[in-house]
Structures are given as structure tokens and as C-alpha cells.
Design a binder for this molecule. Sequence first.
Ligand code: ATP
Length: 131
Amino acid sequence: MSTLLLEIVTPERTVYAKDVSMVILRGVEGEMGILPNHIPTVTPLKIAAVVAKIGGKEEKIAVSGGFAEVRHEKVVILAESAELPEEIDVDRAQLAKKRAEDRLKGRKDEVDFRRAEMALQRAMNRISLRG
Ligand code: ATP
């Protein structure tokens, strides 16, 4: 079975590095399913789960945006933050979600809506991986 190496790297650490049979990621232009020998490309990522298929199994990693560089035999994801499901502190994500929701209820001229919206997406992405 042919495989490709999936690496997910943040400024702090390598979160994931494994040979997988397929990678599914959410680029800004839509979902991409990447098999070995995919055409090389670079895409910005949405805040979403990256799915790695290994044989019949699936592993999910919460990725907070960033970029994916796709090569024939390798996918490298560079993100500000990323977590494996078991690393996610759900209580912390629930608090972050509540903070963001409260901010989004605030006055438009006083709140950085874009920032709050991104924080909300990060929190919901983390919570959904543990749901
Ligand atoms: P918070 O407001 O709770 O800090 P955040 O979305 O602003 O959340 P980030 O800036 O994306 O946090 O991440 C900062 C660091 O904290 C990263 O190393 C990230 O992996 C980690 N992190 C953030 N939220 C969680 C969580 N719920 N569980 C585990 N690690 C987390």
C-alpha cells in the first residue's frame, strides 16, 4: 500500500508525523482529499480537523488554520496551534467559546469581531473533536 508522510508542525512542536494512506483537509477553497502522488500545491487552511486515514482507521487532529504544503510523498501543515484529541482540554475550550460568544454580543465599535470569531471557531473545532 502506498503512503505519504503527514507532518503537522506548530512554532512549539511537531504535533503529528506519520505515514498515512490519505489526508483530508479543509482548504480555503474547499475540502481536499490527498493521496500519494498528489500534484504539488500550497493552500491556506480553514480552522478545522485534519483527517489522516491509516489503513481502515481514521485519526483527527484539530488545526487552527495555517498552511498546507502538498508534495508527491509528503504533506506538511504549518499552523499557529494544533492538538491531538487526547490533548484537548474540553473545559478550557468551553470557556474560550463562552468568552468569544460574549464578545460577539458586544458593540461593533468596541469589539474586534474578526478576532472573536476566530477564537470561537478554534474553540468549536476543539470541542467537536472530543464530541
Ligand atoms: P485560549 O483562549 O483557551 O488560550 P486559544 O484558541 O486562544 O484558546 P491558541 O492561541 O490557539 O489558544 O493556542 C495557544 C496554545 O494553547 C497552543 O499551544 C494550543 O495548542 C493550546 N491550547 C489552546 N486551547 C487548548 C485546549 N482547549 N486544550 C489544549 N490545548 C489548548
